[in-house]
Write a new protein. Structure first.
Length: 256
C-alpha cells in the first residue's frame, strides 16, 4: 500500500494552494465530477417537451407487414421484450452489399410539406452484434417512397444493449402526398440482432424552432453504461491509480 505525505503551512498564499492542487492531480490523475446520465437528463425534461401532430405510430400490424425471412436476415414480431412491446426483432445473418438491402419500412399515410419540421422517435436496443463493442447500428431515414428516394433524414444510430429512446428532429425537404413518403430503418450494416419499438412521426409545422426538440446525438462506441470495456477500466483504476493519502497541516513553527 502506497502512502503520500503532503504538507502546507497555515494561511497559504494562492500560489501555495495552486501547487497543492497540482500535487494532488499528479498523485491521482485528473478529477472530474460525473455528469448526469443521458436517461436522467431526458427524464427531467420530458414534461417540457412540445407535442406535435401525430402522423404515424407503429403497431403490431405495421411490424407484421415487414415480417419476412430471406438469405440475408429475418424480421419477426415479439409481443413483449423486457416490458416493451410490440417489438420488431430484426436479425441480419450476413452483411449484404448495401445497408439498405435489408430494412424495416413504414409508409406514412399523411401528406407532408416542404419546410415542415418533423420528429422521428423510436425505442431500440442491441441483442447481439458481431462487433468489438458488441453494439449494433441502424440507419434512420425519412425518404420519398419512390425513386430517387429523396431523404429528409439520413442518420446512422448506434444502439446500446439496454432499451433507449431515440429522438431525431429534421425539416422535410420535399412535399409529398399521403402514402408517398416513408420511415425506413436500414439494418444491413453488419451481422446483428436488434429490436425496434414505439416508432412515431410527429409534425410541428413550418414555423416551429426545431432546435427546441430533443435530439439524440450520435455517441461513440462503448458509450453505454454497461459497455464491456468499463469493468476492466475500473479494475485498472483501483489497482494503479489509487492509494492512501495522509495530510498533515502545520504552522510556521512546524506545529500541527
Amino acid at each position: 500500500m502506497r502512502r503520500f505525505s503532503l504538507f502546507y503551512r497555515r494561511s497559504p498564499s494562492f500560489s501555495t494552494l495552486a501547487c497543492f492542487g497540482l500535487t494532488l492531480a499528479a498523485a491521482f490523475g485528473s478529477f472530474a465530477v460525473p455528469s448526469p446520465s443521458a436517461t436522467a437528463q431526458e427524464t427531467a425534461t420530458s414534461d417540457e417537451r412540445p407535442t406535435g401532430e401525430l402522423l404515424f405510430e407503429s403497431t403490431a400490424q405495421t411490424f407484421a407487414a415487414n415480417a419476412r425471412k430471406t438469405r440475408i436476415g429475418a424480421i419477426s414480431v415479439v409481443d413483449k421484450a423486457d416490458g416493451v412491446g410490440p417489438v420488431a426483432r430484426c436479425e441480419v445473418f450476413e452483411e449484404p452489399e448495401s445497408p439498405w438491402a435489408f430494412s424495416l419500412r413504414f409508409l406514412v399515410d399523411r401528406p407532408v410539406e416542404k419546410g415542415e419540421v418533423l420528429l422521428l422517435e423510436f425505442r431500440a436496443r442491441t441483442v447481439s452484434a458481431k462487433t468489438e463493442s458488441g453494439l449494433g447500428s441502424i440507419g434512420s431515414m425519412f425518404e420519398t417512397s419512390d425513386p430517387p428516394y429523396v431523404k429528409s433524414l439520413n442518420q446512422r444510430v448506434e444502439l446500446g444493449l439496454a432499451w433507449r429512446d431515440y429522438s431525431l428532429p429534421f425539416r422535410c425537404v420535399e412535399s409529398r402526398d399521403a402514402g408517398k413518403s416513408a420511415i425506413v430503418f436500414f439494418l444491413g450494416y453488419l451481422p446483428q440482432i436488434v429490436e425496434i419499438a414505439d416508432v412515431k412521426l410527429s409534425s410541428f409545422g413550418k414555423n416551429f424552432d426545431a432546435s427546441t426538440l430533443r435530439n439524440s446525438e450520435p455517441r461513440y462506441k462503448g458509450a453505454e453504461p454497461d459497455a464491456p470495456w468499463r469493468a476492466a477500466a475500473q479494475e485498472r483504476i483501483e489497482r494503479i491509480r489509487k492509494g492512501d493519502l495522509t495530510l498533515k497541516v502545520v504552522d510556521a513553527d512546524g506545529q500541527p
